[in-house]
Design a protein around this ligand. Structure first.
Ligand code: NAD
Ligand code: GLY
Length: 373
């Protein structure tokens, strides 16, 4: 099947397309060949995705005249580290990769983030293409050029803004994604409605179940709208000096949940973000910024689809509510020790709030009860 929709990320000389389709992995060679040109290419994937989709991608590239090497990394967040990055770079240098050569990230956000960072430093920058295989990666991490690895000091602390040349989002590959991962990615889809489009959120209330059942029309529309919204924000604020921070709605709370959970597998990033967005709405309500009806609508949507809220977070997180504030103070958005939060005046009306009162937030966190405030 051919492409459904192309979304352009407008960044001058660094502009690129996000091509969204059903079954387009088989056509990857056609889309990638003009970008790879006469250079070499490497597929970087993980141990779950590579065995399922690596061969189909390599075949499609071969049909377009591109021979490539494949590097398979361990699956999971722990892969985003210096040792894996170094190993990848040494192998690519050993294979005489040059600036004009291309890395193709085939996987979720973990593979996209480490591959993009490797591309940004390999001989001071080679080309890279994103082929995201999780819903989270298709609607968020593959778009916008944030690349990173983790440090013992925290997640994504070592990285670069480095844009891909192309994003190919094949919704058919989501059929093998574990349902829990799909749901976690769906939280990032909802984020776009909550931050900037009440219409989109309303559409998700009516169609979210179809998206999670992977009905192609609904899933394709959800991915395309999400990518369009992210592309528009990135085009106006690539390096997050302002509006791009809106994409972190729910993340200040969510990242703190993840840190308190110890980045264990019982709390996925998207799950933490869903609970974090509910909390951001509750805090906005507590500050008198948004209505209780809107906060309730957000929680009702998540709970109707089995997404996490505060009450469903691992007990060890809820028991550490006294440590939430200090975890939130680590957030990359904070400046000069002052707290920055993404708050909201209602569904679709998020805004960046700098210099938030830490004591007020702490009082709210300490009082947060099983069913919210
Ligand atoms: P992930 O890459 O770990 O993928 C989740 C799991 O699904 C892995 O086990 C993976 O092997 C497996 N998988 C992936 N695709 C599959 C498929 N089609 N079929 C079967 N299994 C499949 O996690 P993720 O949720 O995609 O990404 C999380 C990462 O993304 C985090 O490191 C986060 O920091 C990063 N992130 C980056 C940005 C950004 O802007 N760069 C934005 C959001 C998140
Ligand atoms: N995921 C947040 C961003 O790309 O800015």
């Amino acid at each position: 099947m051919s492409a459904l929709e192309t979304v352009r990320v407008n960044l001058g000389a660094r502009s690129y397309d996000i091509i969204i389709g059903d079954g387009i992995l088989a056509e990857a060679g056609k889309y990638c060949a003009p970008l790879i040109g006469a250079g070499k290419a490497a597929i970087i994937t993980d141990a779950n995705v590579g065995p399922i989709y690596g061969q189909a991608l390599a075949q499609s590239l071969a049909q377009a005249g591109i021979e490539c090497v494949t590097l398979t990394l361990p699956a999971g967040e722990a892969t985003k580290n210096f040792a894996q990055l170094q190993d990848m770079l040494e192998k690519l240098l050993g294979a005489e990769f040059e600036r004009s050569d291309t890395l193709i990230a085939l996987g979720g956000g973990v593979i996209g983030d480490i591959t993009g960072f490797a591309a940004s430093v390999l001989k001071r920058g080679c080309k890279f293409i994103q082929i995201p295989t999780t819903l989270l990666a298709q609607v968020d991490s593959s778009v916008g050029g944030k690349t990173a690895i983790n440090s013992p000091h925290g997640k994504n602390l070592i990285g670069a803004f480095y844009q891909p040349k192309l994003v190919l989002a094949d919704m058919a590959v989501l059929s093998t994604l574990p349902k829990r991962q799909l749901k976690a990615g769906y939280a990032e889809v909802v984020k776009y409605g909550l931050l900037g489009s009440e219409d989109f959120f309303g559409w998700l209330e009516a169609n979210g179940e179809k998206v999670l059942k992977q009905q192609p029309a609904a899933l394709g529309r959800a991915i395309a709208i999400s990518c369009r919204m992210k592309a528009d924000i990135v085009a106006t604020d690539e390096r997050e000096h302002g509006q791009r921070a809106l994409l972190n709605l729910g993340h200040s709370f969510g990242h703190a949940f993840e840190a308190l959970a110890g980045y264990q597998a019982d709390l996925l990033h998207g799950e933490a973000v869903a609970a974090g967005m509910s909390m951001a709405f509750d805090y906005s309500r507590a500050l008198g910024l948004c209505s209780g009806q809107d906060a309730a609508r957000v929680k009702a949507h998540f709970s109707s689809l089995g997404l996490m809220d505060w009450a469903a977070l691992p007990a060890r997180v809820r028991e550490q509510r006294g440590a939430m504030l200090s975890a939130m103070m680590q957030d990359k958005k904070n400046e000069g020790g002052a707290l920055t939060l993404i708050l909201t005046r209602g569904i679709g009306r998020a805004f960046v709030s700098k210099g938030e009162d830490a004591k007020k937030l702490n009082d709210f966190l300490l009082a947060y009860a099983k069913d919210g405030v």
